[in-house]
Design a protein around this ligand. Structure first.
Ligand code: DGL
Length: 269
């Protein structure tokens, strides 16, 4: 049985969910965390639903095997495809998933035009369609899938000419249509917010949902009596289905210091 001292499980197709892990650490510094990066299968965005669902279920089983007390699906794509099914298949564990932050953007826009950057699978999901329908009535919502951006971020190429080009191709047409809010609908993208801000300028607010996700994790832990308030400094362990050395090499780019020894290799069937 999980206890207050059990770790929180967090997973993504790759390094993107580290933007969520970072926000959780800031809010709940005494919690231990286990992070799974399914780098053998990144990107999830263009994959069929069934495949993403299967990967997500296997990762959840792995995390349960490591005794986690709550699981954060730190991936908009996996949340869109699998969150509902995961809650049904694993009713014993609380889940927190990502939802494109269209609501706060639509509530605060002055120009009536908001942009959303996310993967094709996220845009095709019912969650996105219902979010837009419920919260963005009367607002123009522009979308872009930023092809190739997840791959650049996986390599740690946060501010290269390729990365900048992908972002300009997405954002400049949105700016031309009067966008004043842009939503990070993929957990990889907060890592390129500095470049995004340079392109869009001060007149556009960048909406990153990860602080709200961290608050939701806190609420849910409290509700289940599972919040660790021990006052210690939480540890983080990592597992990847890709190359351990590659992940170890790239983690410092995302401001995460960790030795190769705290990264495990894992595989999905
Ligand atoms: N970080 C992911 C997301 O939030 C997935 C990106 C991908 O693997 O395509 O959607």
């Amino acid at each position: 049985m999980p206890s207050r001292q059990s770790p929180i499980g967090v997973f993504d197709s790759g390094v993107g969910g580290l933007s969520v892990l970072r926000a959780i650490r800031e809010r709940l510094p005494d919690e231990d965390m286990i992070y799974v990066a399914d780098q053998a299968h990144v990107p999830y965005g263009p994959r069929p639903r069934e495949e993403v669902l299967q990967f997500a279920e296997e990762i959840v089983r792995y995390l349960l095997g490591r005794g986690v007390k709550l699981i954060v699906v730190a991936c908009n794509t996996a949340s869109a495809v699998a969150l509902h099914g995961l809650r049904e298949t694993f009713p014993e564990i609380p889940f927190v998933g990502m939802e494109p932050a269209v609501k706060p953007a639509a509530e605060r826009t002055q120009s009536g035009v908001v942009g959303v950057l996310a993967t094709p699978a996220t845009f095709q999901g019912e969650l996105y369609a219902s979010t837009v329908e419920r919260f963005a009535q009367g607002v123009t919502v522009l979308q872009d899938t930023c092809p190739g951006l997840v791959e650049q971020i996986e390599k740690g190429a946060l501010d290269t000419s390729e990365t900048r080009q992908i972002l300009e191709d997405a954002l400049l047409p949105m700016l031309a249509q009067g966008m004043d809010r842009v939503v990070m609908g993929c957990t990889h993208y907060p890592f390129v917010i500095p470049v995004i801000k340079e392109i869009v300028g001060d007149g556009v607010e960048v909406v990153d949902p990860s602080p709200a996700i961290a608050r939701q994790v806190e609420r849910l832990l409290e509700r289940h009596g599972l919040r660790n308030t021990g006052g210690g400094e939480g540890e983080a362990w990592f597992a990847t289905t890709g190359e351990v050395e590659q992940l170890a090499g790239v983690l410092p780019v995302f401001s995460i210091q960790c030795s190769v020894n705290s990264i495990q290799s894992m595989s999905l069937s």
